[in-house]
Design a protein around this ligand. Structure first.
Ligand code: C5P
Ligand code: C5P
Ligand code: ZN
Length: 465
């Protein structure tokens, strides 16, 4: 039976479910989609966001229901799941070599690239759309998940994600526009919109509201008129002027071309959400979810995904403020400390200065902050509460095209030192003992180097043939 059909059958036939989802934006969107689907089918369920599946987590959820549905995680832990659960299904987009006799729908198994063409939420959406054709109404959550996993990092969504966007547009629940891709088009007054830009960082403007006011005044855009003006309030001509001025400013301040190229691209809006809220823009929605999940409040994010705009939404807004502050502090720390540069990598050691649940997000922001160049991957470390070292790796599409696969590199390197690791080609993570740091980095560099070499060999062979 096709993987997607076997999972759909599992869902149709069973009841009393336990949904276990990853705790980041994509994971929470995936979990919420599964919950919405089960609710429509009139099934009982409980939902548990988690950072990873380990013994402690298994113990906590084991008795919560009869049938387990793992979403946006699980493909890499099939043997652990088989050992602990009698009845389960997995919907995931992380690459894996493991196989199981249980229902298992993974993007890569059907030829979709789970790093850039579809997210965990997208995969859950596909499964429920098989069972409930009216499920297209929830397509925005699949897009929120994809943006949470930064699958638009080339400037727009592609592959299955693009098709989901088209389905959403047809159903009247999504809109796509070509526009500036800075955070806060909807939710931040113009001055803060510019001053809080972190991806990319504009030297001189980022963090300096006065300079941002001057910048806007100079290009003839007022930022106040009986109250703050928002980016979305600007006329088309004003928007164009602002984008051009930012581009020129970026050039003048030597922002790398790859960052400037993606300054404008596709933005995705949820038609049914109120303008000027963090839910209107799918990327901002995903940041709100990260703010919940990465601060141990995943349930709040799930409630918001499922439609709450009252109590839980307000809690999520507060978490978002805290999240943005912690990210700002994390980047400031990285700027002050600087990165180590080795022959193959950039390395940031944040110790206890950055929460282990945020180190991945910070690692991803280091290119935009120009602390790293796009020709080497970044490995960032933080200590977790149990004294273990959390490593987050981030690469660029340039490196992936050259053959870098961080997921494989970090899995192999972590296993070599007795830890665990894995992930996508462009973004991966690991957990190791602090004393194994050097050996781990060496092993990552080695596999990384090997990837280059393999490609180099290939090129030589092709040239000789
Ligand atoms: O757990 P998972 O697949 O959901 O997360 C993927 C991670 O990869 C996200 O944290 C996302 O920010 C990161 N990513 C990235 N750059 C990309 C693609 C993904 O940093 N181009
Ligand atoms: O934790 P972080 O955001 O750095 O994770 C990046 C990617 O690596 C995510 O897709 C995550 O699910 C994956 N990962 C993994 N195994 C780990 C740690 C992270 O597959 N031990
Ligand atoms: Zn994911």
């Amino acid at each position: 039976m096709e993987p997607i059909t076997s999972v759909a059958k599992f869902i149709r036939e069973k009841d009393d479910f336990v949904i276990v989802c990853h705790y980041d934006a994509d994971g929470l969107s995936a979990g919420a989609l599964a919950a919405l689907g089960l609710e429509h089918l009139g099934k009982e369920y409980g939902i548990f966001p988690t950072r990873q599946i380990d013994d402690e987590r298994v113990e906590k959820i084991k008795d919560k229901g009869r049938n387990f549905l793992f979403v946006d995680l699980g493909s890499g832990q099939l043997s652990v799941l088989e050992k602990n659960f009698n009845s389960f299904a997995v919907i995931d987009h992380h690459e894996t070599l493991e196989r199981t006799v249980h229902p298992h729908f993974n993007a890569h198994l059907v030829g979709w690239d789970g790093a850039k063409e579809i997210s965990g939420a997208g995969c859950v959406y596909e499964v429920f759309k098989k069972i409930l054709p009216q499920f297209v109404e929830f397509s925005p959550l699949a897009i929120v998940g994809a943006l949470g996993d930064m699958q638009d990092s080339t400037g727009k969504l592609i592959g299955r994600n693009k098709e989901i966007v088209e389905e959403g547009i047809k159903a009247g629940v999504l809109e796509v526009k070509r526009d500036i891709r800075l955070f806060g088009r909807h939710s931040r007054p113009l001055v803060q919109f510019l001053a809080y830009s972190s991806e990319p960082i504009f030297p001189g403007l980022t963090g300096n509201e006065e300079e941002c006011k001057n910048f806007l005044t100079e290009i003839g855009i007022s930022w106040r008129d009986n109250g703050p003006i928002y980016y979305v309030d600007l006329t088309h001509a004003q928007k164009k002027r602002l984008v051009t001025a930012l581009y020129i400013y970026g050039k003048k301040h030597f922002l790398p071309e790859h960052l400037l190229r993606t300054l404008v691209g596709e933005v995705y809006e949820l038609s049914r959400e109120k303008p000027k809220t963090p839910l209107k823009d799918a990327r901002e929605f995903s940041t709100l979810l990260n703010a919940c999940g990465r601060h141990e409040e995943g349930e709040i994010g799930i409630k918001v995904c499922m439609g709450d705009r009252g109590e839980y939404y307000h809690k999520a807004e507060l978490l978002l403020q805290r999240h943005r502050r912690l990210l700002r502090e994390g980047i400031e720390f990285a700027v002050k400390k600087g990165l180590e540069e080795t022959q193959y990598l950039f390395v940031l050691d944040a110790g206890k200065h950055v929460k282990d649940t945020l180190i991945g997000v910070i690692a991803g922001m280091l290119y935009g902050a120009q602390l790293a160049t796009e020709d080497k991957p970044i490995i960032a470390f933080a200590l977790d509460d149990s004294g273990m070292l959390k490593a987050s790796g981030r690469a660029t599409w340039l490196l992936v095209r050259r053959g870098v696969h961080l997921g494989k590199a970090m899995r192999e390197a972590a296993e070599r030192v007795g830890g665990t690791g894995g992930g996508h080609n462009i973004a991966a993570g690991a957990r190791i003992k602090p004393e194994d740091r050097e050996e781990f980095l060496e092993a990552v560099s080695y596999t990384h180097l090997r990837a280059h070499e393999t490609r180099h060999d290939l090129v030589c062979r092709l040239l000789l043939e």
